[in-house]
Design a protein around this ligand. Sequence first.
Ligand SMILES: [Zn+2]
Length: 199
Amino acid sequence: MSALQQIIRRAVVAPCLAAGAFVATPPQAPARLQIASAAGASRTDVPSVSTIGELRRRDLRVPVDGAHVNAMRGQFGDTREGGARGHEAVDIPAPRNTPIHAVENGTIEKLFLSRPGGITIYQFDPERRFAYYYAHLERYAAGLQEHQAIRKGDVIGYVGTTGNAPNDAPHLHFAIFELTPEKQWWKGSPVDPWLAFTR
Ligand SMILES: [Zn+2]
């Protein structure tokens, strides 16, 4: 990584609190803890090969054109709040108003405004196994609605700095989580997007 990349990464990543549903919006106890206890595993478990394999099989589209997949490496494990919790996502720097494309077919499950994530989208895949989370949007694509069917590559929003993103470092905070049997948009096991995008 070049010095410039490191500076950009620090600017983008360091202040960006995890914007995921796991922290921002749980109507009940944190989902991950429930999952962890149910599975008898810790939150830092490496996802199963079948989970990553399944995501790779879907050939997810990188949501921002020109994004550097290699730069996503390691971001998932970055910590926030002095190590209190993990980032569990990747940050993709891009100029404000850069189009954000759906990574896969599916439906818009929830359009949500949260303090850390700002303007966000929760997309489910067609089988409702995974949720894709897009945060810090400048705005949604015109006419975007909950429960709308979308195709891989559709523009669903635009890069911005809403929520806790630094005003001078617009980026897309992107996360993937595997849903529980209840299929609730705020609940699931996070998966490293970098693993899904690398083949
Ligand atoms: Zn982030």
